[in-house]
Ligand binder design. Structure first.
Ligand SMILES: Cc1cc2nc3c(=O)[nH]c(=O)nc-3n(C[C@H](O)[C@H](O)[C@H](O)COP(=O)(O)O)c2cc1C
Length: 253
C-alpha cells in the first residue's frame, strides 16, 4: 500500500483529485487536498488525473512519463473510468470487442463462457436498483446501501453499458477463460476511446441475487465470473500514468 501526499507547491487546488477518488476520501481544504483519516486504497487515480503532477506516493513522484504509442502504451495508460456520458457507445463497437475477445487464450478452446450486455442507462439503472434492493433485503454489503443513500454509485458508476461474463460452475478453467476474454475486450474497447471499469460489486451481487440472474439471463448452474462498466468518458483524459511497482516475482532459474 502506498502512502499518498501532495506537493503543495505544485497544487493549484483544481479539485480533480477530489472528484476522481473512488473512495470519496479526499477533501479540498484551504491548504490543498486532504486525505483524511485513512481508507485510501492507493489506486493512484488522483495521480493519474492531477494536471500539475502534484501527487506523491511514499514521498516520491507518483507518475511515470508517457510511453510511446504501442501496446505497452495502451496497457499503461488504461485507467478505471467512473464518469461516463449518458449515451451508450455504438453497439457494433461493443460486439466487435467481444467477438475479438474470442481470440484470447482459453482452456482447451472450449469457450464455455457467455456474455450478457446491459445496454442503455435505463436498463443499467434498473439493474443497479435490483442490486441495491438485494442488499437492503438480505443485509449483504451494507456499505453499498450507505454509499447509495449518499448519492454515490460504486456498483455501476453511471455507466451506460454493463458487460457480464458467466460460465458453468462445473467446467474446467471457466472463470479464467472469462477473465482473459473480458480483459482482452477491455483493452480493445479502450483502444477505441471508450472508458471501462471492472465491476466487482455487481459481480458478487449478480452471483447471489436470483432476481438479478433472471433479468440478466444467467442460469443458476453458471457462476458470474466478471463484469465491466463501459461508456464514453465524461471527463478530460487522464493527465498522467501512475507509477506501479515492479512485479514481485520469484525466479526459479
Ligand atoms: C476485479 C475488479 C473489481 C473491481 N470492482 C470495482 C467496483 O465494483 N467498483 C469500482 O468503482 N471499481 C472497481 N474496480 C476498479 C478498481 O478499484 C481499480 O482498478 C483500481 O482502483 C486501480 O485503478 P486503475 O484501474 O485506474 O489502475 C475493480 C477492479 C477490478 C480489477
Amino acid at each position: 500500500m502506498v502512502y499518498i501526499t501532495f506537493d503543495r507547491s505544485q497544487c493549484v487546488k483544481c479539485g480533480a483529485c477530489v472528484r476522481v477518488c473512488p473512495m470519496g476520501h479526499l477533501a479540498m481544504t484551504d491548504a490543498g487536498p486532504d486525505i483524511g483519516r485513512g481508507g485510501c486504497m492507493g489506486c493512484l487515480q488522483c495521480a493519474a488525473v492531477c494536471p500539475r503532477d502534484a501527487v506523491r506516493a511514499d514521498g516520491k513522484r507518483a507518475t511515470v512519463p508517457e510511453p510511446f504509442d504501442s501496446l505497452e502504451g495502451l496497457v499503461m495508460s488504461r485507467r478505471s473510468v467512473r464518469s461516463f456520458k449518458p449515451e451508450p457507445p455504438d453497439r457494433k463497437t461493443v460486439q466487435w470487442a467481444l467477438d475479438r475477445a474470442g481470440y484470447a487464450p482459453s482452456g482447451k478452446n472450449q469457450r464455455l463462457h457467455r456474455f450478457t450486455v446491459v445496454y442503455g442507462r435505463e436498463r443499467v439503472e434498473a439493474v443497479r436498483t435490483m442490486a441495491l434492493d438485494y442488499c437492503r433485503q438480505s443485509g449483504y454489503a451494507p456499505e453499498l446501501v450507505k454509499m447509495a443513500d449518499k448519492g454515490r454509485d460504486p456498483v455501476t458508476c453511471g455507466a451506460p453499458v454493463l458487460v457480464l461474463a458467466w460460465s458453468p460452475r462445473d467446467s474446467v478453467n471457466p472463470g479464467t477463460d472469462s477473465v482473459l476474454a473480458m480483459g482482452t475486450a477491455e483493452l480493445l474497447l479502450v483502444s477505441r476511446g471508450l472508458g471501462t471499469c471492472w465491476a466487482g460489486y455487481l459481480r458478487r451481487l449478480a452471483d447471489r441475487s436470483a432476481a438479478l440472474r433472471e433479468t440478466l439471463g444467467i442460469p443458476e448452474s453458471c457462476a458470474v465470473d466478471c463484469c465491466l462498466m463501459v461508456g464514453r468518458p465524461a471527463g478530460a483524459p487522464y493527465a498522467n500514468i501512475p507509477l506501479r511497482p515492479a512485479a514481485q516475482a520469484v525466479w526459479v532459474d
